[in-house]
Design a protein around this ligand. Structure first.
Ligand code: HEM
Length: 549
């Protein structure tokens, strides 16, 4: 080769390669990739950001980690997942609508399924079922959550709430002014309520003297220290085979024995409850089993065993059994946490407490019906506002089961300055909807979105009405075919609890406001807590008996 060519060819090749690289890079930048989403720098390959997302406390009223990231990176961003992966986080209303409508594409992530399956046993609870099996289960269970049934359950809500009120009254009578932390009490009363309305079972949590095996097993399960450890979701994210090896090793070392015996106890109790309810139904034939003894499980069994239900549309015994812990898991801590937040807001806003108390004390009966409770406008707005601002569940996870393109209401700008109004996702991509941020989005709710204002429910902005939630245009209960089945149950249960408590007591904070923290736990729960005990759910209140009591 000529000496001049020896220089010219490599130079030309380099120029061509450079422009080819730029053209490919430009071409690729036209195709948006979630990788080009903005987001915080990944702190490490192993945990990514999941450790800080899983459990963290923030002072009440101050921005949480998610608030800060949304503020910095926009409504849709990426953050580090386990083992070098990444997850998408979004509060974009079009992403919400798209994922809610396409639940055949977006299913619950295996992590959540694996955690729940540890408790549900062999069967599939409605909370983890998908596709045809999920549709079948929802159809069989829907009647149990309809207005006639909740109307009937209202009596049990009152019985148990009044029982708790009397325990508080007795405590105040002996101690003068009562300093009560409602956290444990509300947990007990809601456990008792779900036991009775769910499967006609007396869990007796309010009555500490009588210990109850199922109640103890659930306490062990849910109050185990494991839940605030980031190892929990990490283990649940591993393949089943590796999980079994870890479980066997843990058992061999004696680490997991309390958890294992709790799961065994839950399974045994569920089997017994199923048999008892079946026997009772068989004894009464297919006729109505009579008001008072109707419960979520018996109604489900009735619809499942009915001669009108063809064999292929019936649920297996294992699946029916799996609904028992499902009700307990889904329906207990959620309502109790929301009611804790309600009492906190009453203590912080004495004016709201006074007005609400006046409305409730004007009701001529101590045990109004569901319809009478729904006719109280201040109580209604108060419960909706509590559930909007303090949804116990703050984030919802989904996994894409196929490649898809998600439309965005708020386009994002990638590293190269290109603006994208769509987000393609690959099969297997994890996406989290940040429910709390949608519930407090100023663009949807107006400039005072993060303030507690129950009267906003008298005149909602049109933008808030675009939120496709199961309850009150909030995302607290999600929506669509996987939306919460218990929203009506919870809203009436909360109304009864607040009705009973506010007609007897006055609430104030027993600590300074700046002592209060919000504990984000297991990546989804939002709990009240204290600076001095940031990993505990705590709410010390001064509870005074009203003069007329
Ligand atoms: C404040 C109280 C509650 C809140 C904030 C709440 C919230 C939610 C949310 C966000 C989901 C969707 C979870 C997901 O798809 O990943 C859900 C599902 C569910 N909830 Fe609730 N819930 C509450 C109370 C209850 C109660 C009292 C019950 C039953 C008695 C219940 C039963 C269910 C069931 C069965 C599902 C699964 C629905 C399905 O996948 O088809 N929930 N809940």
């Amino acid at each position: 080769m000529q000496p001049i060519l020896k220089i010219f060819v490599p130079v030309l090749a380099s120029i061509v390669a450079y422009y080819l690289f730029r053209t490919i890079r430009w071409g690729l930048s036209r195709i948006p990739s979630p990788l080009s989403l903005p987001g915080p720098p990944n702190p490490g390959w192993f945990f990514g950001h999941q450790k800080e997302i899983w459990s963290k406390s923030t002072p009440l009223g101050e921005p949480t980690l998610m608030d800060e990231w949304h503020e910095m990176y926009g409504p849709t961003f990426k953050a580090g997942g386990f083992f070098g992966g990444y997850r998408i986080y979004s509060m974009d209303i079009k992403v919400v609508q798209h994922i809610m409508r396409n639940d055949d594409i977006y299913s619950k992530p295996p992590v959540m399924r694996n955690l729940l399956n540890m408790i549900l046993g062999e069967g599939t609870g409605v909370i983890v079922a998908e596709g045809a099996q999920h549709r079948l289960q929802r159809k069989a269970m829907n009647p149990a959550f309809g207005p006639p049934q909740i109307r009937e359950f209202t009596k049990t809500f009152f019985d148990k709430s009044l029982e708790m009120r009397d325990i508080w009254k007795a405590q105040i009578a002996t101690e003068g002014v009562g300093e009560i932390d409602p956290v444990e009490w509300l947990s007990k009363v809601t456990v008792d309520i779900i036991g009775l309305t769910g499967f006609n079972y007396h869990l007796d949590a309010l009555n500490d003297g009588q210990t109850n095996a199922l109640n103890e097993a659930f306490k062990t399960m849910f109050h185990s220290n494991g839940w605030d450890s980031p190892w929990m979701p990490l283990i649940a994210a591993l393949p089943k085979s590796i999980q079994s090896i870890i479980k066997t090793l843990a058992l061999a070392c004696g680490v997991d024995t309390t958890m294992k015996s709790s799961v065994d106890c839950i399974q045994r109790s569920c089997r017994q409850l199923l048999m008892e309810n079946k026997a009772q139904l068989a004894a009464t034939g297919e006729k109505d089993i009579g008001s008072g003894s109707r419960n979520l499980l018996s109604l489900l069994l009735k619809s499942n065993m009915s001669s009108d239900t063809p064999a292929h549309a019936r649920m297996s015994d294992a699946d029916v059994m799996a609904q028992i812990p499902t009700f307990l898991i889904a329906g207990h801590d959620t309502t109790s946490l929301a009611t804790n937040w309600a009492l906190l807001e009453l203590s912080l806003h004495q004016d709201i407490q006074a007005k609400l108390q006046e409305e409730l004390l004007s009701v001529p009966t101590a045990t109004p019906s569901m319809d009478e409770l729904n006719g109280l406008p201040l109580l209604d707005g108060f419960v909706r506002e509590t559930l909007r601002l303090h949804s116990p569940i703050t984030t919802l996870g989904r996994i894409a089961t196929q490649d898809d393109i998600i439309p965005l209401a708020h386009p994002f700008t990638d590293r190269d300055g290109t603006v994208h109004d769509k987000l393609p996702v690959r099969k297997g991509q994890l996406i989290h909807i940040t429910l709390h941020q949608v519930n407090t989005d100023k663009l949807l709710w107006g400039p005072h979105a993060d303030e507690f204002r129950p009267d906003r429910w008298l005149n909602l902005p049109d933008s808030a009405r675009t939120i496709p939630g199961a309850y009150s245009n909030t995302l607290s209960f999600w929506g669509g075919s996987h939306g919460c089945m218990g929203w009506r149950f919870t809203s009436i249960e909360m109304k009864v609890l607040i009705f009973v408590l506010l007609r007897s007591f006055h609430f104030e904070l027993a600590v300074q406001k700046d002592e209060l923290m919000v504990l984000k736990m297991a990546s989804i729960w939002q709990r009240p807590s204290l600076k001095s005990e940031p990993l505990q759910t705590r709410l010390p209140l001064v509870v005074k008996l009203l003069k007329n009591e």
